[in-house]
Design a protein around this ligand. Structure first.
Ligand code: MIG
Length: 745
């Protein structure tokens, strides 16, 4: 009896204990953490397909991969941690990028190697699994961290890879558009295109996703492009100072390593990246002139007055922008006929004064049965549908709106064809806004309106066509804006094959430069934001996008006169120069603060027009070599580590050094002159040796500016707009000991 009881009690206890373990086990299984696994055991097969060699990787957990060269200096790694490799589709890569290159197999069974014709070597270490890439001098370019292999989560699709950092002083640049310091070491950055009105410095992410970086350590560079459109991240030593990790919320671990050629130079890295993702076509010359914008230029009479003022104040200018107020109730491809009764007349009169008109275009199309664009798009089945198959309608400026699925080639072609009417009216260029995509939160929302509120874009489960690879917004969110810019660019190209399109986009993905210029969105009228323009623009620039600018004066708020003037000067030689301001604020025109500011601002713009032949030639250079127009100092001087952290100077091409004042009440500033060149003060001809720092005069009237000794600069006399430029007026000035470059009218 007793024994039995005991036995029974024992059995009950055992049952209880087992039950508890089961519970713990189940709970553990539900915990996402528990599903993370490593990519650790690999079988490597040497593949030769025709004359191309590659490694095929088969992981014991079911993952598969390939490693090969796409050029002798660029390695591609593709791994699907959960199964077979998917198709080759990439929105970033121009077709030729995915081809593999002949290479030679070497190494051992435990560490097979592939060597390119230029001597770059990839080694796959089997145990523990990790990849190492060596340059031709046998130095490690980059290496997986064998102690922390790539991880993935089979239930959520998330994964991360870990590289060893070369050193704790390695610096990182690029990453597209980030409101972060010039080197992005020690950061954790996210890529998820977001409408972030009045973003403070440090806010991340903002509008663009370009998952490409350049690492620099003791003069040696490499680049890495992680071609994955899902929400992704880079951790450059923030979580672990010895490690750089990156990953995404889905898709493949698909990346390219740019080894930088023999010199391991940033220039070669960026040019190879441009070969892969495309170069920007040369912009129309007028787009390099000064551009005048504001939110609120209406009605027609006001625009005419603006044009008259521009010429009366003799402020050189080529472009006037019209913001959303020109439309009829925010319906894209329409005009408010009360405000603009005859847009064609207006634009031809502006044109006669040397002014082009650029207008804003939003992706949202007002739901309105009496609006033919809406009904036409609906009939053509061009709009995004929600997960249940109904047309996705979300609120934007026009109220409830439908959205073309820009990942559908038919929708792109349809949208692109809508530009015909505007082109016929005389519109010169298009500014594609709100394409993160951005949507409005409901007025009554019992939640904080945080920058990254998930309700500010499409629901993640929204289906997209994906150019034949249907998937949800999770995969295509980050390319929506770029594909809107593409629809616009390709539409313009079809309609006006002989003209250079001008498109300016707020959101984008790697490769956006093939279609569009980029501006840095809704910045702020503060000194901090002025200072931020240099790290933001130089990094965007080396991320492959040459035609870029920030709203002069800061979109949000009102700059004091001194700030606006300093901003004009700082922006005078950035690739794009545009003043813009939000609605309800003082006009952002160069003469608005009266004298002495008006004359000083004019002088800054005149300087730009004098330099236009140089800017034009740099854009031509970009189309040949992929080199950016605006350059950080380290890009030209990677051997000079004192350039690595410079936040307040930039180069225009290789020959002009700009050192704007970005702090209030300064009449002098310190300038570092990079080693390996000597520099002449643009205004006085005073010579500065490279590798030195000097305090230079910087009165409010002057942009501190220097020219490289030995350079030849194409410059011209001042004109009022690019239509007045004459090739015969261009002077090629040799920068020698005596050169001074006074402004001439
Ligand atoms: O919700 O069109 O960044 O440049 O003036 C704001 C109005 C929409 C945001 C753009 C800004 C533009 C504004 N737009």
């Amino acid at each position: 009896m007793i024994q039995t009881k005991c036995k029974r009690r024992g059995a009950r206890r055992l049952m209880f204990t087992l039950g508890m373990w089961c519970l713990i086990f189940v709970a553990g299984g539900l915990n996402a953490q528990a599903a993370w696994r490593t990519l650790d055991k690999v079988r490597v097969t040497r593949l030769t397909l025709g004359d191309r060699q590659a490694f095929q990787l088969d992981f014991t957990n079911g993952g598969h991969g390939q490693v090969f060269f796409i050029t002798p200096d660029v390695v591609r790694v593709r791994i699907n941690p959960r199964g077979a490799l998917g198709d080759e589709k990439s929105y970033a890569v121009e077709d030729r990028g995915t081809a593999s290159q002949a290479a030679r197999f070497t190494g051992t069974d435990a560490a097979p190697e592939l060597v390119s014709s230029s001597g770059v070597r990839v080694r796959i270490n089997l145990s523990p699994y990790h990849i190492t890439i060596y340059d031709r001098e046998n130095r490690i370019v980059c290496e997986d961290d064998g102690a922390r292999p790539a991880m993935f989560d089979s239930s959520t699709g998330e994964f991360e890879a870990n590289l060893k950092r070369t050193s704790e002083t390695e610096t990182y640049y690029g990453f597209g558009e980030k409101a972060l310091p010039v080197s992005r070491h020690g950061q954790r950055m996210v890529n998820w295109n977001t409408d972030t009105y009045a973003y403070p410095a440090g806010l991340d992410p903002i509008y663009q996703t370009i998952p490409f970086y350049i690492a620099l350590d003791k003069g040696k560079a490499y680049g890495l492009f992680f071609d994955n459109t899902f929400r992704s991240f880079f951790d450059t030593g923030k979580t672990d100072e010895r490690r750089l990790s990156f990953g995404a919320a889905g898709g493949e671990l698909n990346y390219y390593v740019f080894t930088g050629g023999t010199a391991r130079s940033p220039k070669k890295v960026v040019s190879d990246y441009a070969d892969l993702t495309g170069r920007a076509p040369a912009p129309p010359v007028w787009a390099l002139g000064y551009q005048q914008s504001r939110w609120g230029y209406y009605p027609e009479a006001r625009v005419r007055k603006l044009a008259a003022d521009i010429r009366r104040y003799q402020v050189p200018c080529d472009v006037v922008y019209l913001d959303i107020d020109y439309m009829d109730g925010y319906r894209v491809f329409t005009w408010d006929k009360t405000r603009f009764p005859n847009p064609k007349n207006l634009m031809s009169d502006l044109r006669a004064q040397g002014l082009r008109t650029v207008i804003i275009i939003d992706p949202g199309i007002k739901v309105d049965p009496n609006y033919s664009i809406y009904t036409d798009g609906k009939q053509g089945n061009h709009y995004v549908k929600d997960a249940s198959g109904r047309e996705l309608n979300m609120n934007v400026w026009a109220g409830a709106s439908a959205f073309p699925d820009f990942t559908d080639p038919k929708a792109r072609a349809w949208f692109g064809s809508q530009f015909k009417v505007h082109l016929d009216e005389g519109v010169a260029g298009f500014w594609t806004d709100m394409n993160e995509p951005a949507t409005f939160l409901p007025d009554v929302l019992d939640e904080p309106r945080i920058f990254h509120h998930p309700g500010k874009t499409f629901p993640l489960d929204t289906p997209h066509a994906g150019d034949g690879r249907p998937d949800t917004h999770r995969r295509y969110h980050n390319v929506y804006g770029m594909q809107m810019a593409r629809a616009t660019y390709e539409g313009l190209k079809r309609l006006r094959p002989d003209e250079r399109p001008f498109v300016l986009t707020r959101a984008g993905y790697a490769g956006v430069q093939r279609y569009s210029a980029v501006w840095t969105g809704d910045n702020v009228a503060s000194w901090d934001h002025l200072a931020l323009t240099i790290p933001m623009l130089t990094n965007l620039s080396v991320s492959g996008v040459p035609l870029i600018g920030a709203d002069i004066g800061g979109f949000s708020g009102e700059p004091p006169p001194e700030l606006y003037t300093r901003w004009m000067q700082a922006a005078a030689l950035t690739p794009m120069m545009r003043s813009h301001v939000e609605t309800g604020k003082l006009d952002r025109e160069p003469w608005i603060h009266g004298e002495p500011f008006a004359s000083i601002n004019r002088k800054a713009i005149e300087l730009r027009y004098q330099m236009l032949p140089l800017l034009v030639s740099l854009f031509e250079e970009h189309t040949r070599t992929g080199a950016p127009v605006m350059r950080p100092l380290w890009f030209e001087y990677p051997q000079d580590s004192r350039t690595y952290l410079i936040e307040d100077e930039y180069l225009v091409g290789g020959d002009i050094l700009v050192a704007p004042v970005v702090r209030p009440n300064q009449v002098k500033r310190r300038v570092y002159f990079p080693k390996g060149a000597a520099w002449l003060d643009w205004w006085t001809g005073k010579r500065y040796e490279g590798g030195t720092e000097a305090e230079v005069d910087a009165p409010l009237t002057h942009l501190p500016l220097f020219a490289r000794v030995g350079a030849t600069l194409p410059i011209q006399p001042i004109v009022q707009h690019t239509g007045e430029m004459k090739d015969s007026d261009v002077r090629r000035v040799k920068v020698d000991e005596r050169a001074v470059f006074p402004l001439t009218r």
